[in-house]
Design a protein. Structure first.
Length: 350
């Protein structure tokens, strides 16, 4: 969170940044010659579905809530992160681009996760805008933001999926300019939250045909956080009545939070909410990977009469990757019902 979302994809910067002391994962470090997002962006499609090497950090981040033939819920994640040593693209081994992929499947009882790393410039990983294709090794997201296929594999799981968009792109913040701090750090951020998805999960227990909904985030920046922000809690919720909501809180060193949210009508109409309107309050703590994490939340957006509990399908949905974090499917109950995804970063081991 993604982010988020700030989405976790920003943590790829750990691989390339010279210092990690400035905000979570070094994401509060100075932009150092990279381009910086500005208000009133003018997006160009399909070009902006592709990479932006003049910015330091970028990601293509998909999560899905799935259901098997017997009603069992599952979650799926596919993410490609780009991070740059310099604000340019060069051919071959001199490319300053670094790529990282994360894939996961979550069941009520298990969490499967795997990771890939790649250099830019040699064809091992990358993104093209038209036709759209994002890949790292044999993992692939390809087609268009209206109709695409998705594949990934790990030591103990794989999946093959087909996705179709049933609504428009959604622009977060103010027309896609998403502010992340009181000091003004920001990213460009849009989503396709209206995908339907179907395909096959291949797990140790066997193949499972699944259907559901998916949410694809696109975000890029060069200094997305303040140096006082230690992590975030990011929610993407799909309600049974067809509405959707994205909300996040960025935790500060003084224990305050900076929040943002977007309410998305079933037809794609968006209402943005600035700092302080959206709230997320931890209710239940679980011990995961040696640290205490909130796996049940009370989430409120009073302006839209939202007052819900958000509960993890599997509290152990820990991404044991190079930069670890929690990411998994959730169920929603209360004023609205539905499903979604939760991402949590920056919780330290005790």
């Amino acid at each position: 969170m993604s982010v988020n979302h700030l989405l976790l994809a920003m943590m790829l910067s750990l691989i390339t940044l010279p210092t990690y002391s400035q905000g979570f994962a070094g994401l509060g470090a100075d932009a150092d010659g990279f381009a910086v997002p500005q208000p009133e962006p003018q997006f160009r499609f399909p070009k902006d579905h592709g990479p932006h090497p003049e910015y330091r950090i970028e990601w293509w981040y998909l999560t899905a809530n799935l259901t098997g033939p017997d009603g069992t819920p599952y979650g799926l994640q596919w993410t490609l992160f780009r991070s740059a040593l310099k604000p340019e693209e060069l051919p071959g081994w001199v490319s300053p681009q670094v790529w990282m992929g994360h894939a996961a499947v979550t069941t009520p009882d298990s969490h499967f996760v795997t990771e890939r790393l790649a250099r830019g410039g040699i064809g091992q990983a990358g993104v093209t805008a038209d036709p759209f294709e994002a890949w790292i090794d044999d993992w692939q997201m390809a087609g268009s933001f209206e109709d695409m296929t998705l594949t990934a594999s790990g030591p103990d799981f794989s999946y093959d999926m087909a996705l179709q968009a049933k609504g428009p792109l959604v622009f977060h913040g103010t027309d896609g300019f998403s502010v992340k701090s009181a000091e003004g750090q920001a990213s460009y951020y849009y989503s396709q939250p209206f995908f339907t998805i179907s395909g096959v999960l291949r797990l140790p227990s066997g193949d499972i045909d699944v259907t559901g909904t998916a949410w694809l985030d696109r975000e890029w920046s060069s200094q997305p956080l303040s140096d006082t922000q230690t992590g975030w809690d990011w929610f993407s919720l799909t309600f049974d009545d067809g509405a959707r909501m994205m909300g996040f809180q960025l935790r500060q060193t003084d224990d305050s939070v900076y929040t943002s949210a977007n309410w998305i009508e079933p037809d794609g109409t968006v209402t943005p909410f600035k700092d302080g309107v959206f709230t997320a309050t931890a209710m239940t703590q679980s011990t995961v990977a040696g640290r205490k994490l909130p796996t049940k939340w009370r989430v409120k957006l009073p302006d839209k009469d939202v007052d819900v509990t958000v509960t993890a399908l599997n509290s152990k949905a820990w991404m044991a990757t190079r930069i670890p974090y929690w990411e998994g499917p959730v169920r929603v109950e209360g004023s609205h019902t539905g499903r979604g995804y939760l991402e949590m970063t920056g919780y330290s081991a005790k």
